[in-house]
Structures are given as structure tokens and as C-alpha cells.
Design a protein around this ligand. Sequence first.
Ligand code: IVH
Length: 704
Amino acid sequence: MSKEKIEKLRNELEQHNYNYYVLSAPTISDMEFDAKLKELQSLEEAHPEFYDPASPTQRVGSDISDGFTQVAHVYPMLSLSNTYSEGEVTEFYERVRKALNEDFELVCELKYDGTSISLTYENGLLQRAITRGDGEKGDDVTANVKTIRSIPLRLRGQYPALFEIRGEILMPWAVFDELNREREAQEEQLFANPRNAASGTLKLQNPSIVASRKLDAYLYYILGEKLPSNTHSGNLNAAREWGFKVSGATKVCKTLNEVFDFINYWDVERKNLPVATDGIVIKVNSLNQQKNLGYTAKSPRWAIAYKFQAEKALTRLNTVSYQVGRTGAVTPVANLDPVQLSGTTVKRASLHNADIIESLDLHIGDMVFVEKGGEIIPKITAVDLSARVLIGDKVKFIRNCPECGAALVRIEGEAAHYCPNDNACPPQIKGKMEHFVSRKAMNIDGLGSETIALLFENKLLQNIADIYDLKVNDLARLERLGNKSAQNIKSSVEKSKEVPFERVIFALGIRFVGETVAKKLAFAFKNIEALEKATFDELVAVDEIGERIANSVQAYFADERHVEMLSRLKAYGLQMSVSEDKMKPAGNSLSGMSVVISGTFLYHSRDEYKTMIEQNGGKNVGSVSAKTSFILAGANMGPEKLKKAESLGVRLLNEEELLAMLKPEEIKESEVENRTEGETLSEGEEKKLKESEQNSTGFTGTLF
Ligand code: IVH
């Protein structure tokens, strides 16, 4: 009975995945989909014996990190010879014509600008996904690739028993923009382009983060002994039938003119595509003819890539200015003579850091090349030395903060310079306050960036804690703020005292402590005193906390002024410990129990479950024994543990059953929070970004 139900849900969900991700034509709402997925997940957890590596639940990604294993490619992954010139496309055509000395067709495709992948399917099931690596061997990234919804885990229709299919993994522009905005808000290094973001994501050790990054994949090349067709286009069509996403922008051409029409059409039209492309790939259609043409050492003779020109412009560098962010990171910005590039006017380009300025050997007044390429952030790629008649001042990275004058510091191993004066440097103070009041932090209404600036200038706000000292009268006296707004601000400030501890930690704006890290810290240390006292070793022992974060947390608490401010916040009544009733049930429901955690989970991380078990009187143990009270079993539970549990008669509980044993209502609420967490900007940040995007003269830091 359960087995049929499981199979039915698996088939249904896979069909919906296909409709949504391959056909872009969903037939049910996201909510309905999630409900079905959840139902399947709990059935699978209750019946680990029906485990299926191709189940749609496997796309959620697991928490378990493993290094990647290197695997040899059955067929080496070659590259294509590249050209930027139409003349060389003609030469390619002529070479092929002469070598074949018979009629032939060419297939034109888009050249997707992502990271290449080779997928092996055996009996219709995805077995392995290997990166290109050095062409001979690559990394086994199967677990990560399974999270990509447009890649079928199980094929449909009639397919060869064994074959490889290759393609490109891409991060759609929209996802890339969102990810970079989020990273910008956290002052993390931005990804230069979707290609880097896609390959970086594919190499993450945590598939659940990969799953959240919403990668996509287009497939363009099939290899195997028994393929359905003896033409490339025939095989692509078959692959489409099996459920793969094969680009519709594929054309069989009989003449060189048709090839150029395709190139000219897509050079313009590609700008409307959801993913990055950087050229056209032209392939001989007949597999027999491909075989006859053969390969050079590096690339096939039967294909060529025509690359679109990276968009470039030459303009003058007038000045370099420096922006100070909320954590004190200083970003150098080139101010340029306005120039047209990919349809937008570019007046500024990021210079990233001191090393980049140095390597460009920039001088004020230089004519510089600005490029957009696959990148949304224009960058200066070179100086036109031939245009350097009079040499201006060499651009030297500033030594002092442009806002407060403090001597800048550079942390070893990091590219960025920082202003260390975080308690007195105006943009840092204002930036920290904006972050503190933002929706995902303390969620205080009415304190927009202008109001904060006004309060700062009027000396009513000097640090975060002053927010809780604001008087309605002081507020109401300010320009532009009436009595009603002042009242609203005050009541919103009062309400923020209920904001849970993990969000308070996030709100503090400790460098590198984003929402997720704040949660990890809150659950691991449980209160501010313990966090303050945490040693470096204790910090790095927490899941996902590395040296960089640990150092930053320690540096934060080593500053007396922060400690003093925190004690004020505590005195005002902010939540400085994990809410007891959030995790503690009325009774001590796990008292005396030993619990083993195994597998991967949907609602909470392993660490969170560990904390919950301990907070409810239980003990988390590593291995299954006769003394184990029960196993908290997630998806992909280890087969050894399962066997042992069966032989010892230890019962398995799934996530929902455990949560039900705790305090159902409270937990349910935090589940919802957990699942919607993370991906978007805070309202303040969103607003700021929109404002600066609309204001063409306004510089936003890194987005132009
Ligand atoms: S065919 C033997 N088709 O470009 C050649 N490659 O330099 C197999 N690429 O490594 C590749 N779009 O990552 C092919 N439509 C397309 C492509 C494509 C992008 C990438 C691929 C390859 C590189 C070649």
C-alpha cells in the first residue's frame, strides 16, 4: 500500500518537475507541489526499505559533506576550437567541405557559458555526474547535480541502456543577480559572472545549499555505443523526448548563409535569454561524417565555436573614489567619462581592491578599456598605453578612511582594506543601524536610511543601543517626522524586544555573520554570555563556522564598546538567549533517552536537532547500540545503521514524529521560518538597491 503510494507520488512529482523545469509549463502551484513532496518525504522516512536514489526527494540535497572523488572520463572531455572571426567560420566550412567531399549538414547551437558536465545514465537512471576536470578525469559531483531540477533522475520513453550526455550547468541571470545582492549585503565577495557562480556552486560541499541556488542545465552532446540516430540533431531530439532540457535554439543548416543568419540573429536575441551565452557552436550533423573528420589532439575537427565579441568600450578615467560599507570594507570605484556599453551608460566601474589597481598600473587621465563580457559589473580590463600622452598621477590606494580619517587595515590573506573605526566612522554607524532595523533583523518600521541619517546628525543616535533610548518627543521634533510617525517608530522599537535571539545576533552586524551563521551560533551557544566567552576552538567546532568567522566573532567581543553596548541592549530587554519555550516542551519529553541522528532533514539542520534533543533532556550519541532509545532517521540514512537498528529492534522516528514529541505548535512556526529563510534582501536593502538603481547617477557600491 505504502509502496504504491510512494511510487505514485514519485511519478507525479517527477512529471511536475519536468513540466516546470523543462517545459516551463507547470500544471500545479508551488504550494501543492511542496505538499506532495513533503508527503513523499515522510512516507520515505517511514519506509527506508523503499529507498530510491532517483526519487524526487533526493533533489532536496543532503547536509552530509564529502570530499569529491575523482573519476576518469570514459570519453575524454575535449574542448572546441574557438574563433571570433566570421572569416574563420568560412574557413572551417571549406575545410569540412573539402575533407568530406560530399553533401553535409551543420547544426548550429548556442554556446552556453556555464560549467560543463558529463552525465552517465544506466537503464534510465542517472548514475554519475562528473565535471570536466582536466578533460581526462573530473570530480564526481553527482549529489550536487541531483539537486538540479531540469536534470532528469529517471528517463522517460525508449532510451539506450547506457550512454553519456554532456551539457552545461548554468546559473540563470535572475538567480545570479539575487545571489550577488545577498552577498553584497553581507559584504561577501561577489561572483564576477554566472559561470563562476555556477562552477563555484557545483563544488560546494553541501548539496542543500546547491539546491537553494537553483541551477539549470542544457544538454547538447550524446555519447554511447547504441544511439537512436546517426545524426546529432536526431539524437538531440531523442534526448528531449527522454526528458532532458535541450535548447530550442538549435538549427540544422545546409548552407553557410544559414549559419551566418543564425549567428546574427542570436548575437542580438541572446540578450533576452534567461542564461548566459557567449557564442555559437557549429557541428557537423552526421555522426559518420564526424567520425571521418576525427579529432586533433585537443578538439574535434567536426565542430567549431564562434564567440561573440565581449562588449568593450574605451573611455577616460577621471578620478577614483572610495566607498565605505557598513562593515568598514573600502571599495575603490573608477569614475569615468560616460560611455555606452551593452545598451547602458557606464560612468563607474568597480576596481575591486588595491591589488587590481596595482596590476593595471592605473594613472589618472588614462584611457581605459571597460568590459562587460558575461559580467554585469563593468570592469576595467586594461589601459590603452598608446593613448597615454601626458601621464597623470599614479592611482595609489588610500591609506586613510575617506569618511573618518582612520588608518585603514588589511587583514592578512584578504584582498580588501577595512576602516577599523567601526564605532565612530559615520557610514559604518549608519550602515549598521540600517542593518539592525531591517526586516530580517529587528524589523523596526519607520527608520529608513534618511531618518537614520537625520537622527545621527542630530546626535540622537550614536550607536545601535541608542535606538531604545529614543523619545517620542525627540523624534516628533525632527523635520519631516510628525507625532504619529514618531509614535509608530517608538512602538515598533518596543515590539522588537520580542525578536528572537538568533535574529538579534544577525542584527548586530558582526562581519561575516549572516542570517544562517547567526542561527548556527545561537543554537550552538544558546546565550550571549556563552557566545562572548566562546573560544576559537569552540567556535570552529560549530557546523559551517570556519576560521574567518570565528576570528571575526572573537574580534567583535574583544571590543569593550561592543560588550558595553550589548549590556545596554540586554538591560532594555532584548532577547539575549535562545527562547526556552521555542524548543522546550512542557515536560522533559526526551529525559534519559539516547538518540542517534542519521540521514538528512528537511526542516532543521542536524545541529539544530542535536540542540533540541539536548534541550529536551535527551542525549545525542553517535552509534547505534542496544541502549539507543530511538534513531532520528532522515532521508538517505546509512545502510549500516539501518541494519543495526533492525537487528537490535531500535525504533526509527522521522522528523515529524520527533517534532510532535516536542512542542508541536511552537516548532511548526519555526519550521515555516526556516523554510522561507534566506534568499531575499531585507526590505531596507531592497529599497536602497531599487533607489540607487533608479538613480542613474547614484553609485550602489558594486551594481551599476
Ligand atoms: S559541444 C567535443 N556544444 O564549450 C565538443 N559545447 O570549448 C563537445 N559549450 O567544454 C562540446 N555550449 O563546456 C558543445 N552547444 C554546445 C556548447 C558547448 C557550450 C562549452 C562546453 C565545452 C566548451 C568548448
